[in-house]
Design a protein around this ligand. Sequence first.
Ligand SMILES: [Zn+2]
Ligand SMILES: [Zn+2]
Length: 140
Amino acid sequence: MKGSCVCGACRFEVALAPGTKFHACHCETCRRWTGSVNFSVEVAPNAIRFVEGAPIAARQTSDWAERTWCAECGSNLFYRLTVGPKAGWMYLALGLLDEPGGIPFGGEIYIDRKPDTYDLAGEHPRMTKAETEARFAASA
Ligand SMILES: [Zn+2]
Ligand SMILES: [Zn+2]
């Protein structure tokens, strides 16, 4: 699949694993980073290739991850784990894809941090902050 930031300086090709679903994160960092809710797809290290010279800026936002954006236009790009067995794995912003449709929705995390004025419809897993962090701890 192909995608890019708003200005096109950060264009990429990505190979999503079969069965990849996108997830919604309502944690405070994602909320502030995106301005709303973070929809993202998991991407293996080396499964994404950016064009030569893509101006990717990065900032460490926790002890275990960094967040990146296009230094030209400010589009959020991906969240990347920097430690642990999944170091290097990325959570790419769904909206960057040229064709974001067709990827199934896998569920919501940090559901108890979601503002109470909206809900994502349908039947899907919804994990609280405690459930989400327990899951991460189990796989770390
Ligand atoms: Zn850009
Ligand atoms: Zn989050």
